[in-house]
Ligand binder design. Structure first.
Ligand SMILES: *Cc1c(COP(=O)(O)O)cnc(C)c1O
Length: 342
């Protein structure tokens, strides 16, 4: 299924000319300078198999190679480095479905700060343990990302901890956008980018950078059918509640926030198309990544590959697939790769 944006929400009709975007190319260039040396510049590798399959040059951007196994380190590091000394000293707090929490914990450890990570009971135990082992305090609250967020707000109000939002923050978006700069440097003729889409920090950041430097490039967001919050918001024209469901792409779960300030408008204006995938299609993406590309990739990280294999995107020209993370439970990964699931 493809969500086509209503004509009403094109950049031409809906962006008030006087209102500057929350994140601009300059912010992303500043982020790249700030996080240089603290975040990996990840490889962009050709995929002969996907290129043959789709008839276009397909390249994989391997954010799986970040030390925490996901791109989230870029946004977290940029946001924390942008804080005042006082904000840092009070300690960091965030709600996370896993990888952002891991990124904040890692960043805190690197910079010698305290971190508290709040998450829902739906988060897989491998992700919880990974965060604990980075030295952060973990708090398990409720059954949804929203419940975890309520706990963050309580800790901010009562203990004056400094919140690091997972996506809806200009510094976080700018950090994720550094991927877009790297793509254009290595593949100046870029025609299309396939981006896993949840809260939209990753897609918004990359889209701002890529559309500024290569306006003709097409930005495709990819989510799972089960609880695609940004897709529902784009169709509705405003953030809407979605029911959080279990999915192989667990890092894409959760809402975009009903009071979304940054990522909704950027995704609405800059994402050209949103594609939704079934669980079987996501499993096929994980399997292909492991058996053909030789990469361990979690569900959320495999949706770009999955969309190509399912024939749900038809890129024209050099295409970058953002392989956003590798943090999947080993036993689940083995079952998917062996074909026991889907
Ligand atoms: C967070 C995450 C995403 C989605 O990023 P958003 O900025 O929330 O859209 C995709 N893949 C992985 C592995 C993630 O951890």
């Amino acid at each position: 299924m493809t969500v086509t944006k209503p004509r009403l929400f094109t950049a031409e009709t809906n962006r008030p000319a006087a209102l500057p975007a929350a994140v601009a190319l300059l912010d992303i260039e500043a982020a790249a300078a700030r996080i240089a040396g603290r975040v990996e510049r990840t490889p962009l590798v050709a995929s002969p198999s996907l290129s043959r399959f789709s008839g276009q040059p397909i390249h994989l951007k391997l954010e799986t190679r970040q030390p925490i196994g996901a791109f989230k380190q870029r946004g977290a590091m940029n946001a924390v480095l942008a804080l005042t000394e006082d904000q840092r000293r009070r300690g960091l707090v965030t709600a996370s479905t896993g990888n952002h929490g891991r990124a904040v914990a890692y960043t805190a450890r690197e910079l010698g700060l305290a971190a508290t990570i709040c998450m829902s009971a739906l988060v897989p135990s491998n992700k919880v343990e990974a965060i604990r082992s980075l030295g952060a305090e973990v708090r398990i609250v409720g059954r949804s990302q929203d419940d975890a967020q309520v706990e963050v707000e309580r800790l901010v109000a009562e203990r004056e901890l400094t919140p690091i939002p997972p996506f809806d923050d200009p510094d976080v978006v700018a950090g994720q956008g550094t991927i877009g700069l790297e793509l254009i440097e290595e593949l100046p003729e870029l025609a299309c980018v396939l981006i896993p889409l949840s809260g939209g920090g990753l897609a918004a950041g990359i889209a701002v950078a890529v559309k500024a430097l290569r306006p003709s490039a097409r930005i495709v967001g990819i989510s799972m059918k089960r609880g695609a919050a940004m897709a529902a918001a784009i169709v509705a024209g405003r953030p809407v509640e979605v029911v959080e469901e279990e999915t192989l792409a667990d890092s894409l779960g959760g809402g975009i926030g009903l009071a979304n300030r940054v990522t909704f408008a950027l995704c609405r204006d800059l994402v050209d198309e949103v594609v939704l995938l079934s669980e079987d299609e996501i499993a096929a993406g994980i399997r292909h990544a492991a058996l053909v590309e030789g990469e361990t990739v979690e569900g959320a990280g495999a949706v770009g590959i999955a969309a190509l294999l399912a024939g749900k995107v038809n890129p024209q020209g050099p295409t970058a697939v953002i392989v956003s993370g590798r943090n999947i439970d080993d036993a689940l990964h083995r079952r998917i790769v062996s074909g026991a699931i889907a």
